[in-house]
Structures are given as C-alpha cells and as structure tokens.
Design a binder for this molecule. Structure first.
Ligand code: ADP
Length: 228
C-alpha cells in the first residue's frame, strides 16, 4: 500500500473572527507527498504564519479538512492533536530556541523526555541525530560556543530526534549570515535526499528556490509556482 500524503488540505481555510473578520488563509487544496521538499514563499502579511499554524496543528482551520499522514485532524480532541503534533511534526524556527547553559547533546535529549522513548535509548538517539546534522564531534559544546549555523543544526537535530514525518521550518535561515545559511540549506537538501519530508516557509525567494517544489502565497491564496 502506498503511504498517504503527509499533508492533505481539502478546502482548508482560516478566517480570524475580528471584527472585522480577516480571511487570512483562503480555502485551498494542497497535497504534500512523503519525501517532498516544498517551499512556501510570500511577502509579509501574505498569510505565511497562518499557514504555518494550520499545517503545524497550532491552529485549527475554520473551514475544510486537514489530513496529516492520513489522520483527520479536525476529528481530534485537543490532547490528541497535541500528541499528534509532538510525534509527527518537527519544528525549526528562525531563532533556535536552544537552552544556552545546556550542551548540544542535552538540548537534543530534552526533546525525548516526553516522547515515551525508553531512557536507555535517549542518549544514543540524540547522539545519532547530532551526527546526522554533522555535529557528532561537538555534542558537548554549549550553544554559545557554536556558530549560528551550528546552533540551527542542533535545533534541527532536536526536531529530528523524535523521528517526525514532517520537518516544518519557519524562516530557518532568517538569523544567519550567508555562509551559515548555506550550510543549513545544504543540510535540509541532504535530509530531503535521505527521504525526509521538508516544508520551508520563507519570504526569501533565494531560499524558496532551494525546494524541489515551490508554492507562492499572496493575500492568503496558495499557488503552485514553476521554478525558473
Ligand atoms: P505573514 O506571516 O505572511 O506575515 P500572517 O499569516 O501573519 O502573514 O497574516 C495574514 C493576514 O492575517 C494579515 O492581513 C494579518 O494582518 C492578518 N492576521 C494575522 N493574525 C491575525 C489575528 N489574530 N486576527 C486578525 N487578523 C490577523
């Protein structure tokens, strides 16, 4: 049997109630298959955060149906939505949100504490995730001793360690200079090549061009773009 899409929007939309009501995300269909590297690009105010919040199960849409890995998220109770989010979605944010006084390994380990992973497996798993992002030799380093690109790679390891089905990245290079941004984008490409489903939300067309599929967002409307 083939896998269901990781993301399937069926006429998913979100209107903030206001007053006045704001139709921040217009009803649309979107399918992201397992293993795709999709970028969603649009200017400020276009609806990117609204889209991120829906796709990341942080906000429920006000219309339509959102299936994540084939699971109808609209039918779930709050606790089940939270559990699904924790298990299936790895978030990567512009600011890395690392604990500054904890080592890279501890930062990644902490993501496993509530995951149900047996204690004995946690350390090897965290080490493996850091190795996967090219930081196997820096596991004891504090974030303050790492470059911005390395910090973001620790954050990516932290989001990968629970083995999510979707890596959801919000402006992942927004706080980085061009060399560090390049190392993070190269890592996302590598993860994609190894089979991970990656979705990057950005205002930056150069970042968006790195995806294997680009989707534009304008005034709350999603539209497939053909790469130049
Ligand atoms: P972006 O992330 O691309 O900057 P947003 O998703 O934050 O865009 O916003 C899309 C539109 O929805 C904007 O017009 C914004 O003003 C509006 N909006 C965002 N959040 C709310 C809210 N809580 N209530 C009402 N309108 C909102």
């Amino acid at each position: 049997m083939t896998d269901p899409p990781v993301i399937e929007f069926r006429q998913v939309g979100l209107t903030y109630p206001g007053p006045p009501p704001v139709e921040a995300f217009k009803p649309c269909d979107l399918t992201v298959a397992k293993g795709e590297f999709v970028t969603v690009v649009g200017p400020s105010g276009s609806g990117k955060s609204t889209f991120l919040n829906i796709a990341g199960l942080l906000d429920a849409p006000t219309s339509g149906t959102y299936l994540l890995d084939g699971i109808d998220t609209g039918a779930l109770k709050d606790g089940d939505r939270t559990a699904l989010r924790g298990r299936r979605i790895g978030f990567v944010f512009q600011s890395f949100h690392l604990l500054p006084h904890r080592s890279a390994l501890e930062n990644v380990l902490l993501a496993l504490v509530y995951s149900g992973t047996p204690r004995a497996e946690r350390k090897p798993r965290a080490h493996e995730a850091l190795t996967q992002v090219g930081l196997g030799h820096r596991i004891d380093a504090l974030p303050t001793r790492l470059s911005g690109g390395e910090r973001q790679r620790v954050a990516i390891a932290r989001s990968l360690v629970a083995r999510p089905s979707l890596l959801l990245c919000d402006e992942p290079t927004g706080n980085l200079d061009s060399a560090n941004a390049e190392s993070v984008l190269a890592l996302l490409e590598e993860l994609h090549e190894s089979g991970m489903t990656v979705l990057v939300i950005t205002h930056d067309p150069a970042v968006a061009a790195r995806g294997s599929r680009m989707v534009g967002i304008h005034d709350g409307v999603l539209r497939e773009r053909v790469a130049a």
